[in-house]
Design a protein around this ligand. Structure first.
Ligand SMILES: Cc1ncc(COP(=O)(O)O)c(C=O)c1O
Length: 349
């Protein structure tokens, strides 16, 4: 049985164009700064994001955690939405690597997108009892665990303006910022303009096999290069990876709306399955998270059946299931998955 993989957008295989580019990539030793393909990619990305400099890193986690390290000192707090990736899914690196403490904040409307007032209430600035003080505000766009929700440009601008007035830097985890830009009809530069640093992934919605980019001011990126090496991320002829990223950067963004349409199609179909709770209106990018607690079946059990009986892969989290669309799943695959979901959960079938 052929598998259709909705577990994440990280599962995509390189396209023929990416494989060709990888095979033909011009390479050198990137620890010496001599890989022409990486250098070209970093320059191109800095241009696209209108930031001074960019650094190719092996993973999004490394990019985020270098940013946390450089913006903070040990003992500082990082204000972050409670489901934020940096806080929940990066092996507590913000504590282990930077000695920082997460100050998780709940978004009042459940969207995962914080307002300035919610952030402000969590800040620790001045005051004699605050041994720890806020060293960083970490944002996420789109917000993965909140279901691919969007941080609008104006909200980012407001948060940054107010944070900067208090001398607090802002980092943006933009692992899927190209999905956010497509859905918001903005450029990635506009979404990232007010933040001090931004990380995005080639290996998610953009579909490249490996790699992420950290962007910021020139001196910040110089220092980031040192930390990348310290953390074991100094790669050598990694131009073979960057070559696929170059292709992803050019080819994928214009087609991301197809993934968003497929995600909405999935959500629309799911909303009609008895016991499934999902609001299709809130599915605005490529991530669909739906609650199955009222189906009388555990999420893991549903995922096991989907895989075993239908070859459809999804991720169970407690009482929820997450499905992510990407270029390796077509509209027909989406319909196949919906039929599988109906067959698994709808007792009327
Ligand atoms: C929002 C977000 N940030 C960061 C990461 C980390 O990326 P990586 O898996 O490349 O370390 C992920 C990975 O899923 C993510 O979804």
């Amino acid at each position: 049985m052929e598998l259709i993989d909705f577990r994440s957008d990280t599962v995509t295989k390189p396209t023929p164009a990416m494989r060709r580019a990888m095979a033909e990539a011009d390479v050198g030793d990137d620890v010496y700064g001599e890989d022409p393909t990486i250098n070209r990619l970093q320059e191109r990305v800095a241009e696209v994001f209108e930031k001074e400099a960019a650094l190719f890193v092996p993973t999004g986690t490394m990019g985020n955690q270098i940013a946390v390290k450089l913006h903070t000192r040990p003992g500082a707090e990082v204000v972050i939405e409670e489901r934020g990736h940096i806080f929940n899914y990066e092996m507590a690196a913000m504590a282990a690597v930077s000695g920082t403490l997460a100050r998780p904040v709940t978004s009042g409307d459940g969207s995962g997108i914080l307002t300035w007032d919610e952030i402000k209430a969590a800040l620790r600035v001045g005051g004699p009892y605050y041994d720890s003080s806020t060293g960083l505000i970490a944002l996420e766009n789109s917000h993965n665990l909140a279901g691919g929700t969007l941080l609008p440009r104006a909200r980012t601008e407001e948060i940054c303006e107010r944070a900067h007035a208090l001398q607090i830097p802002v980092h943006l985890d933009g692992a899927r910022i190209f999905n956010a830009a497509a859905a918001l009809n903005e450029t990635v530069a506009a979404l990232a303009r007010p933040v001090d640093s931004v990380m995005f992934c080639f290996s998610k919605g953009l579909g490249a096999p490996v790699g992420s980019m950290l962007l910021g001011a020139r001196d910040f990126i110089e220092e980031a290069r040192r930390w990348r090496k310290l953390l074991g991320g100094g790669m050598r002829q990694a131009g073979v990876l960057a070559a696929a990223a170059v292709v992803a950067l050019e080819e994928t963004p214009p087609r991301l709306h197809e993934d968003h349409h497929n995600a909405r199609r999935l959500a629309d179909g799911l909303a009609d399955i008895p016991g499934v709770r999902v609001d299709p209106e809130k599915v605005v990018t490529n991530i669909v998270i739906f609650d199955v607690s009222k189906t009388g079946r555990a999420a893991d059990e549903i995922c096991d059946t989907l895989r075993r009986d239908y070859g459809v892969l999804a991720s169970g989290f407690g009482s929820s299931i997450r499905m992510v669309t990407h270029y390796d799943v077509t509209r027909a695959d989406t319909d196949t998955a919906l039929n599988a979901l109906r067959g698994t959960m709808d007792s009327r079938q």
